[in-house]
Design a protein around this ligand. Structure first.
Ligand SMILES: Nc1ncnc2c1ncn2[C@@H]1O[C@H](COP(=O)(O)OP(=O)(O)OP(=O)(O)O)[C@@H](O)[C@H]1O
Ligand SMILES: Nc1ncnc2c1ncn2[C@@H]1O[C@H](COP(=O)(O)OP(=O)(O)OP(=O)(O)O)[C@@H](O)[C@H]1O
Lengths: 219, 219
């Protein structure tokens, strides 16, 4: 069980708080709107809540923020308040500070203040949404390095009915199928060579990203 | 090469457009601000740009939106304009429509209009940020199903210096190491049993999420 502080109860900050609570961590929320603070407690978004203006360092001093496992600065639209608050948090030695930035210049200023991590929610989600509409065959995954990935794909139709041994993907593409999902309840991890691929199965593939793409296109 | 339309050049919409352009797709951007449209073309965010009010169906009729591979509705703050635009897009039979919602009620209304996919950028990024600060050992990954995951972790210190064969993680935890990253340029996929784990290596593990967590805690 860890202890986190979230400053700013907009949509991003509220979501951070709620997710941390669902993971059973302690969450202190801070906002200068009485209503937001009360709603946060009522909605179970926090274990503690304080109504204060985070640009005022004296208001923050006695909370013991340097003892928290992490602090999330979630004031976006009000750049001045965000930057003043970041300054305060750095002076109070907040650990593992993550700050949301509402624009690139905003983020650069936060970085100049040595905020260890700056996030751009709208920009990052824009990238994720773009990739998902442009690559409809890719359901999930991440890059291992610039050349290789782990990707979950819908089983290409022409692979259906074949066994892994027959397909010999390792020799033909240098990729491995490390999991096969059949329906909602049937998951084979590191499937045996005699495993068969059925229609609508999902395959988790590891290997060179180019080669995985080629595998999909060839089929 | 696919063809997409993005309506609304806020941070989210601009990021969608830019990412699609970086993937070499054709992007038409639509916004009712002349300045945003001109900046988008100047910044290379789009292959085409039109300044129009998307709540006016006549303005949208002759663009041929139903022929695009996807349409992203990225008007957030102005809920009324977002909803009226969604109505128009559904009537014009736009395919693969994704709309950003600025709140849960906003999203529910879009769903009632049968918008196939609604996204909540601030809320989703809040979840991602919360998980990353609460689970500092997890670098990347995704769920295969409610019980199993593929997770990239920093190699636990007490595993360092051991080979996969010695560690016998499959027998002890039922998990498999499917990749080892050594530094920036050394990636072993489906490593052999005699592979050694070095300090600062990153391990990609597949198996029951609980068991992976146990592996990390035991070490
Ligand atoms: N000086 C301050 N001290 C404490 N709380 C503040 C201060 N300034 C703003 N806030 C709070 O921060 C919260 C988030 O601010 P705001 O809505 O401007 O950010 P946002 O980034 O646009 O939000 P979202 O996460 O919804 O995109 C608000 O609830 C606001 O009351
Ligand atoms: N009726 C309309 N027709 C065309 N464009 C519009 C219309 N209404 C708003 N827009 C454009 O949509 C864009 C995004 O709108 P807005 O900034 O309100 O959304 P947002 O979701 O808050 O943005 P962000 O993605 O930055 O969070 C703006 O550039 C605005 O000019």
């Amino acid at each position: 069980i860890k202890q986190f502080a979230v400053i700013g109860l907009g949509r991003f900050g509220s979501s951070v708080a709620q997710t941390l609570r669902e993971m059973n961590h302690e969450v202190l929320v801070i906002d200068n709107s009485e209503e937001n603070v009360n709603n946060a407690m009522a909605d179970g978004l926090a274990t503690n809540a304080i109504c204060l203006d985070s640009t005022n360092i004296h208001a923050l001093e006695h909370i013991g923020l340097s003892g928290f496992d992490g602090v999330v600065l979630a004031i976006g639209a009000n750049m001045e308040d965000s930057i003043l608050t970041a300054l305060n948090l750095m002076e109070l030695k907040a650990r593992n500070l993550i700050a949301k930035a509402s624009s690139l210049p905003h983020g650069k200023i936060l970085e100049r203040l040595n905020v260890p991590r700056v996030v751009y929610p709208e920009r990052d989600m824009g990238e994720r949404v773009a990739k998902s509409i442009a690559q409809t065959h890719i359901l999930e995954g991440f890059e291992l390095d610039p050349r290789c990935s782990i990707i979950e794909i819908q089983a290409p139709k022409t692979l259906v009915g074949r066994t892994l041994f027959e397909l010999n993907l390792r020799a033909r593409y240098g990729v491995y199928i490390i999991a096969i999902k059949h329906g909602d309840h049937d998951l084979a991890i590191v499937p045996s060579p005699d495993s068969k691929i059925f229609a609508h199965d999902k395959l988790v593939v590891i290997g060179e990203t180019q080669q995985i793409r080629k595998l999909i296109e060839d089929h």
